[in-house]
Write a protein that binds this ligand. Structure first.
Ligand code: NAD
Length: 272
């Protein structure tokens, strides 16, 4: 085993090649920028490639956008040709407002499967053999959610597919670990993105309540998630696999407990 230190100051991903699905906006864009800033050549796969992503770095990284719907069963040659060391399966969505399961349109289940789980299987299946054959090791990072770990009423099928992704992460980690490929998850909550635009959906009167909604308050930024993804993609986490980093301000660890505005905590909130 190498006795070189896991961390030396400087670029964390020099010479690495990464693919990020849904990397043109939100969390994926922050991950793309962080990876490129640390020297990676990043291929972003997105349905919206109108705006280029800048790279602000002297580390030699780059970002290239490929226009592609990740639900499409065909894998574009550009993905295979990129020969990635790192894959971030980032696309995911709850698709509909909260709705009782008993009233679900069954087509919704297929749609939720395709946007949260099906593409992860397909893309990983297509890219993993190359990662293994090249023998350079590698890292796969899957974006799950706090709701893979706790309930979300009105989104039971979404949370079930995200939990499936979490468990896929663990089992695949065990399977490919001997090839030097690590597989981990990041489980966000409360991150300001186009999918969850808290600045628009939280009424102005409620904004002062943020400190009561999680131990660290919020909202979090896409860059907060990018930090965790960068750690999991780099050699800093070279002995970490099958795990989940919760980037949620503490909503997962605190379960149903919320801070009271008046101080202290309650798990029976009523005007906390
Ligand atoms: N924002 C949060 O607080 C939060 C919470 C829990 C989980 N997550 C998870 O984090 C991930 C990223 O979330 P986000 O909030 O940044 O999402 P977002 O919707 O804001 O951004 C998603 C990006 O993916 C692209 N995209 C959407 N569908 C696509 C498709 N079919 N093919 C290719 N590209 C597609 C979009 O154009 C966009 O650039 C998702 O898996 C989501 O479930 C986010």
């Amino acid at each position: 085993m190498s006795h070189s230190p896991a961390f030396t100051p400087g670029a964390l991903l020099p010479g690495r090649r990464a693919i990020i699905t849904g990397g043109a906006a939100g969390i994926g864009a922050a991950v793309a920028r962080a990876f490129a800033a640390h020297g990676a050549d990043v291929l972003v796969v997105d349905v919206d490639t109108a705006d280029p992503l800048d790279v602000t770095s002297t580390a030699g990284g780059s970002i290239t956008l490929v226009d592609h719907d990740i639900r499409d069963p065909d894998i574009p040659a550009a993905l295979l040709d990129h020969r990635p060391d790192i894959l971030v399966n980032n696309v995911g969505h709850y698709l509909r407002p909260p709705h009782p399961f008993a009233e679900n349109d069954k087509d919704l289940w297929t749609d939720l499967h395709e946007i949260n789980f099906g593409h992860v299987l397909r893309v990983t299946h297509a890219l993993l053999p190359g990662m293994t054959e090249r023998g350079r090791g590698g890292a796969i990072v899957n974006l799950t959610t706090v709701e893979a770990h706790r309930a979300i009423p009105g989104h039971s099928v979404y949370s079930a597919y995200k939990a499936a992704l979490m468990q896929f992460t663990r089992s695949l980690a065990a399977e490919v670990g001997p090839s030097g490929i690590r597989v981990n998850a990041v489980a966000p909550d409360l991150i300001e993105t186009p999918q969850v635009p808290y600045a628009d959906i939280v009424p102005a009167d409620d904004v002062p309540l943020w400190p009561t909604w999680s131990p660290l308050g919020g909202p979090g930024r896409p860059e907060d998630v990018a930090g965790a993804a960068l750690f999991l993609a780099s050699d800093l986490s070279r002995f970490v696999t099958g795990g989940t980093i919760h980037v949620d301000g503490g909503t997962h660890c605190s379960g149903g407990w919320v801070p009271r505005a008046s101080g202290g905590w309650t798990n029976r909130p009523r005007n906390p």
